[in-house]
Design a protein around this ligand. Sequence first.
Ligand code: GUN
Ligand code: ZN
Length: 447
Amino acid sequence: MRYSHAGRRGVAGVRLIGSRQAIRGSLLHCLADPGEHSEASTVEFFEDGLLLFENGLIIDAGPAASLLQRIGDTPVEDYTGKLVVPGFIDCHVHFPQLDIIAGYGEQLLDWLNRYAYPAEMRFENKDYAAEVAGVFLDELLANGTTTALVFGTVHPHSADAIFDAAQARGMRLIAGKVLMDRHCPEALRDTPASAYEDSLALIERWHGRARLGYAITPRFALTSSPEQLAAAGRLASEYPDVWMHTHLAENTEEVDEIARLFPENRSYLDVYDHYGLVRERSVFAHCLHMDDTDRQYMAAKGSAAAFCPTSNLFLGSGLFDLRAMRDANVRCGLGTDVGGGTSLSMLRTASEAYKVLHLQDQALPAFRSLYLATLGAAEALYLEDKLGNFKCGKEADFVALDPAATPLSARRLSHATTLDEELFALLMLGDDRHIAATWVGGELVVS
Ligand code: GUN
Ligand code: ZN
């Protein structure tokens, strides 16, 4: 059985909510950003480790030899030979674009018209939206991704669909209905007033319910009028603990168009800032064509960047400058950006991130990749008190990675002599086949 969330039961078929449990395996998590030099003190590794959790929260993580003596008859699930890491966090993805992943031949603006907008029009149908939402989240879980920041479509029921599906799976998830009132097909337009009212109703319905959070989601400054951006900014100031999620400086044609539409603003980021959208809990996808003034401003405001390498390569958008971002202290996490991105796997995303940085003479050691997919992403989303590593009190979302899932990875990893080398090869060769199990809130959901 691959997906077991419907039953919400543990491996032995026994209902486990409320009971203490443990898993045994090689535990690896980040305590801080390992940086380009892979600072050893920023990661913790227990080769034969035990992770103890109860009521969906982590109680302890440490060497199995000592912890086993203290846990009495607590059931222990054995992942010996597997690498257990915190659940992956995807900082930017579009669930309605699942069915148009891998669309040939276009850069951003043409790609939107040819693939994304027609796909999003189909979400007028509520049943289709609900069906895609379920398939999408099962794909995330099969890839070890337990939390994501997700774009819907302009239809408010697209947000209901993804929140319903996430709640059914016990996932921590942030999503929002898209705001767009110009420069897109008529059928996908809302208005400044309906964008405000529909988002407000969705915030009231979903934000803070179970493990769910709401993100005000203007698509990008091209498809929102100044009046709509102002409405989004009003909502953002009225609900400071709600997220704001949009695209920024992805493609040079897009950047030129924004400069033409908003001649009075210094930069693309400045357009969003003018409407009060640059703040804590604001997440900007891509951030490719921008300068240090913008980076420093994002950092000062506590906003975050989602680094989406498979999308940036696939759509020919450009290369993310991680060194400049982190030197400026901008919060950064990895995003898949499916359907512009070509994989929901954070392993494959990390592998492409390595290559994007390599092209710019920047290093991306394996531990930093792990950070960007876990704790760094949690920091980008202001969820580091709940997610990102195995600290006591955090939520028990984790993944067991199987280094020997394919003959080639088994062969390559048998030659690894350090943890760093093993993780790096696993990231370069890995995909959903290497996810042996996914646990959400202390429950096994994929095995
Ligand atoms: N910019 C505006 N909308 C989109 C989208 O759907 N995907 C990507 N990659 N960039 C965008
Ligand atoms: Zn996107």
